[in-house]
Design a protein around this ligand. Sequence first.
Ligand code: GDP
Ligand code: GDP
Length: 453
Amino acid sequence: AEFAALDAAVDEAAEREDAQLSQPVLAVVGRPNVGKSTLVNRILGRREAVVQDVPGVTRDRVAYDAVWNGRRFTLVDTGGWEPGASGLAGAVAAQAELAMSTSDAVLLVVDASVGATATDEAVARVLRRSKRPVLLAANKVDDDRLMGDVASLWSLGLGEPLAVSALHGRSSGDLLDAIVSALPEAPRDGERGTGPRRVALVGKPNVGKSSLLNKLSGEQRAVVDSVAGTTVDPVDSLVELDGQTWRFVDTAGLRKRVNTSTGTEYYASLRTKSAIDASEVAIVLLDASEPLSEQDLRVLTMVVEAGRACVLAFNKWDLVDEDRRHQLEKELDRGLVRVPWAERVNISALTGRSVRKLAPALRTALASWDQRVPTGQLNGWLSELVAATPPPVRGGKQPKVLFATQAAIRPPTLVLFTTGFLEAGYRRFIERKFRERFGFAGTPVRINVRVRE
Ligand code: GDP
Ligand code: GDP
């Protein structure tokens, strides 16, 4: 039953393969009452509109996931305006500034039935300085009689006004086409094709890599590798584990059982690096009978820096007695503080002990690597966390966390939009809490901060 759940998670991830792996951000700005919320709901394809008829009601800034023609993006409704000393124009201009610095494109909404007001012009002036694309939506064009008023909005200097009716849905498809083509094509980070998932088997010399590979591939029985005419790169091995085929990358050296003492450590580390780069998940083999070494930590660091999912396999467990086990636990608490999230299995390549636990661990790690938290859920959680434990004050200023998105998977990457620098300690705190709430066992999680300029 556990396996079925894991399989379902893996399948779901595969289905998402064509989905955008990194989400650009669109901010929606405009005066109160022009129809921003109605438009946002229209874009999200939601009926239950959170529209307020009272102008000027303060709403929180909220972020949503949107998808159009298979392109995903994050939609930020800059929401309510906070009338300050600078008045309405000042408040909306500030909102526009914020939108420009935290998004990849901005959508300015104006009310075509009213025409360009002084406030709209002030905002347009700000947005014309934007280095990022700006789209102009002329809303409330419920019928053709308003098209003349729409044309007059060219005067805002933001290019062609796109006539829409958020209320009736008129031309919302055209608007979405324009939005999607204005947003940057997201980098398809770590994208993979179909076929077996790629595993790197790494660790210092003599830790048991060749022994494990032999054990996994059925002792001395030849596996489907190095066969001319197969699509498998001859340096890789296909290994059948737990009913699933895995592609162990860059194993040629291991299979030939080359004398590991030849070749410099530098060369070995290049090999390790190239195997990790070619993989999606790494099995980092550690020798449980020896203290954790610098070399072990270097390999582990390479995996984390490459952003690969990770399983720690403690090999030679047959040599571990009660005393060693206690000692090991202490060592690990100290040595592995940076990777408390890694999946762990205790194995013996020699006796075959627990090697069948590797496949479930690999699956868990990959499911995490592929996992995405919807933006709404992420922000609901984050706003509570930040309210309870705000970022530390720096230079007399309290940085504010405005919102966040999970911009990428493989590895999962959060982007926090803030008004100031967040210390590494606070980022680690957020990561810890994020994992407590959402899991992500077996994968590194990146937390990037975009500071509003
Ligand atoms: P926001 O303050 O900019 O978010 O504006 P809302 O989305 O709250 O809309 C303000 C008012 O304008 C509401 O009463 C909406 O029903 C109305 N509205 C929004 N879009 C349209 C539209 O396309 N046509 C018409 N006639 N009314 C609209
Ligand atoms: P590699 O250099 O990482 O490929 O390591 P090898 O697979 O060549 O193993 C190095 C040595 O460790 C060999 O003598 C193996 O027999 C031994 N070895 C590997 N795995 C185990 C294990 O689980 N238990 C014990 N006791 N010895 C092992």
